[in-house]
Design a protein around this ligand. Structure first.
Ligand code: SF4
Length: 462
């Protein structure tokens, strides 16, 4: 039995286009979910994983598979359906999983034979057995699993082309930000993989650089922090020889022991969601956690950086509390906090989030010609009716933000500063140039939006 597992591309996500910018190689990760699905598949299946981010195969020229599995974030959904439709025209059964199909199950069922909703671990062996017997069900409901049931991903199935390997150590997040679908998909129950499993899988990753894909590596409670310390101690003891980056909350800067252990374990950088430069904005998105106990965000960033860990700060633009000038405000706030990279994103109502429910009820979903418009849901394009901005207005804010933070002078200043402080200079160089280049590529893609071409007037924001 032959199984193809496919990660669809999105033509607008320039960060995945490694041909247009070699720096983007540092922003493309292996599709870890498919590699876990491969590990759950019985050994008599012949599995090939295709990551369209690296190249799009001519599927017609390949041997006909018995089953196709596709995964998709929302921004990949349209391409996932194209791939599924093409295989089904050839009489091949197609199963889709992942967060978008879980949240938009009825839509996905128009293009596939089956949807795996939720986490695949509890149900995938049944899916492949049913496929073998020709009795696929329409929907398989995956349950939240005990993380001890997550097998090591089949990293051997995707070789070459990636700067980073990837691994997951926790699932879920104790917080519940309005724009985020992690809790809807993985639940509020913050779950940990057994540390031995993580270390064992780490050893199978060829790449020296690794992305820990956890939505929140360290968690928020004292028990979460202790578990993170135990993980880092085990990584140190195992002498893995990897440098890794991860997503975490700003409380990472509260604990010197945690930071010292993370650095010794190979932590080279963390993505931290600052979300908004204002207290009102943080309240709007449900992340007052950032300011808990009067936290000084600049000092938190500096404490992390003192351990030679870079900080990439993420901010969202287009909140109801944002006013004209927000682009410059985010850039200057990011500079004040002293982050090494800035990741500015448009407020995007993703299916499954509270934000989606709210904007849908208020008729504010502007890019709504689905499934085609899902391609704009990368967080790099405006998709909603924003309270204080037209689309052209918010695009100008984004251009101003990136232009200021990633000006040649500011970018050089950060890179040289990190060289002089010996703070991960190569990661700083690659990341800054990648972000800078990606901002320019994405800006060029803005011209594809109908609103700028005077096209679909009905979806103007404002
Ligand atoms: S802290 Fe991050 S992962 Fe957790 S709910 Fe907020 S955005 Fe999602």
């Amino acid at each position: 039995m032959r199984l193809y597992l496919i990660n669809p591309f999105n033509p607008l996500v320039s960060l995945a286009d490694t041909k247009r910018s070699r720096w983007n190689r540092y922003r493309v990760w292996k599709p870890l979910g498919l590699l876990v699905v491969a590990a759950l598949t019985p050994p008599d299946w012949d599995i090939t994983v295709f990551d369209e981010n690296l190249s799009v195969p001519d599927y017609d020229a390949l041997p006909r598979p018995d089953l196709v599995g596709v995964t998709a974030f929302t921004s990949q959904a349209n391409r996932a359906y194209e791939v599924a439709d093409a295989f089904r025209r050839r009489g091949v059964s197609v199963v889709i999983g992942g967060i978008h199909a879980t949240m938009c199950c009825d839509e996905a069922l128009e293009h596939v034979d089956s949807v795996v909703a939720g986490e695949a671990e509890s149900i995938w062996p049944t899916v492949v057995d049913d496929a073998r017997l020709g009795r696929l069900q329409r929907v398989y409901a995956g349950q939240h699993v005990d993380m001890a049931e997550v097998p090591p991903a089949r990293h051997d199935l995707l070789k070459g082309g990636y700067a980073f390997g990837s691994i997951q150590t926790t699932r879920g997040c104790p917080l519940n930000c309005s724009f985020c679908s992690v809790s809807a998909f993985n639940g509020n129950d913050y779950r940990h993989r057994p540390i031995d499993d993580v270390i064992g899988e780490m050893r199978t990753i060829r790449e020296k650089l690794v992305l820990l894909v956890d939505d929140n590596l360290i968690g928020t409670s004292p028990a979460h922090i202790e578990r993170a310390k135990d993980l880092f101690r085990a990584m140190i003891q195992a002498r893995l020889g990897k440098a890794w980056i991860a997503q975490a909350t700003i409380n990472m800067g509260d604990d010197e022991e945690l930071l010292a252990l993370a650095a010794r374990a190979g932590c080279g950088g963390v993505f931290i969601g600052f979300e908004s430069p204002t207290a009102e904005g943080l309240a709007e998105v449900g992340k007052k956690f950032n300011l808990r106990k009067g936290r000084d965000l600049r000092q938190s960033v500096q404490r992390i950086q003192r351990h030679k860990i870079l900080v990439a700060g993420s901010f969202i633009m287009g909140l109801d509390t944002d006013q004209p000038g927000i682009g410059n405000k985010i850039a200057s706030t990011a500079k004040t906090y002293g982050v090494d990279m800035l990741n500015a994103l448009f407020l995007t109502p993703l299916p499954g989030t509270r934000l989606w429910d709210q904007m849908k009820s208020q008729n504010r979903i502007a890019a709504n010609d689905f499934p085609g418009d899902w391609q704009y849901y990368t967080l790099g394009f405006p998709t909603a009716h924003y309270k204080h901005f037209s689309w052209s207005g918010i695009l100008e804010e984004m251009i101003a933000c990136n232009g200021r933070f990633y000006s040649r002078w500011q970018t050089m200043r950060r890179i040289v500063g990190n060289f002089l402080r010996r703070r991960r200079p190569l990661i700083s160089l690659a990341s800054n140039l990648s972000y800078r280049n990606n901002a320019r590529l994405t800006q060029r893609n803005y011209g594809m939006l109908d609103v700028l071409q005077g096209g679909r007037g009905a979806i103007r924001g404002g």
